[in-house]
Write a new protein. Structure first.
Length: 250
């Protein structure tokens, strides 16, 4: 199905029959991306008397319990409730699901301290004001290790908080990236990048979201796309998510 839409007086067309999935599948056990020392996902059949919720174990249906941590296990989307003292839940903050998005590829820059950081000037080279509502960052080098990388204790790349200030100035409402966090793994609880993007607590952007641990295949080119950001209706600040993008024709 082909759809047409306008954004800032520009017209676009997208083929909804050709989605590109940017989420990482969650599996039972260790073959998942993981961060912040979260336990790995666990899938287990319900056991109740003679009932077993697994057809492989003799049951008539599959009926599994799932244990996961949205922030620590795989692709997830979060709202300002992640850092706020007030209670915000994602399903009430993310009220739309389709956005014009731009995919960009960047090498995090190594600092004198050995950290790998994405800085404002790098974003200024690839993204302009009002260019899109969502920005999707693919860090380089890019390989399938990201599908199962354990980031805990590894000080992975992150974003400088001034880069997030710039994105807010550009009108970005939804930031997606293939890192476990926009902030440094251990920053003493400052969370400067999170706070800058949500402008918390002084001018809180309640409808803005951050999606972490996506995976953008190398075959997907940088440029503009239609984004469909899918989440579950949990009463939490975050949810496992499934970002889908669609190539655009002008």
């Amino acid at each position: 199905m082909i759809i047409s839409f306008n954004h800032h007086e520009r017209s676009f067309r997208a083929d909804l029959s050709k989605p590109i999935d940017l989420s990482i599948p969650l599996r039972d056990g260790a073959e998942n991306p993981n961060c912040f020392w979260a336990p790995m996902p666990e899938f287990s059949p319900v056991l109740a008397g003679d009932f077993v919720g697994s057809t492989q174990e003799g049951g008539v249906v599959n009926f599994f319990n799932v244990r996961l941590n949205p922030h620590g296990n795989g692709t997830h989307t979060e709202c300002v409730g992640h850092i706020a003292r007030e209670r915000f839940v994602l399903r009430e903050c993310l009220i739309e699901s389709h956005f014009l998005a731009k995919i960009v590829s960047l090498y995090p820059r190594k600092t004198e301290q050995g950290d790998r950081v994405i800085f404002q000037d790098q974003l200024e080279e690839v993204f302009a004001e009002n260019e899109a509502e969502a920005l999707i960052i693919r860090t380089l080098p890019n390989d399938e290790l990201k599908l199962r990388q354990n980031y805990s204790g590894a000080n992975p790349p992150y974003m400088h908080h001034e880069a997030l200030v710039y994105l807010v100035q550009c009108g970005v409402q939804h930031l997606l990236l293939d890192l476990p966090s926009v902030d440094r793994e251990e920053d003493g609880g400052q969370l400067l990048a999170h706070r800058a993007f949500w402008q918390y607590p002084y001018a809180t952007r309640t409808h803005a979201t951050i999606t972490e641990m996506v995976f953008v295949p190398n075959a997907v080119r940088d440029g503009l796309y239609l984004l469909n950001l899918q989440t579950t209706s949990l009463d939490l600040d975050a949810s496992p998510s499934k970002p889908m993008v669609f190539a655009l024709n002008l």
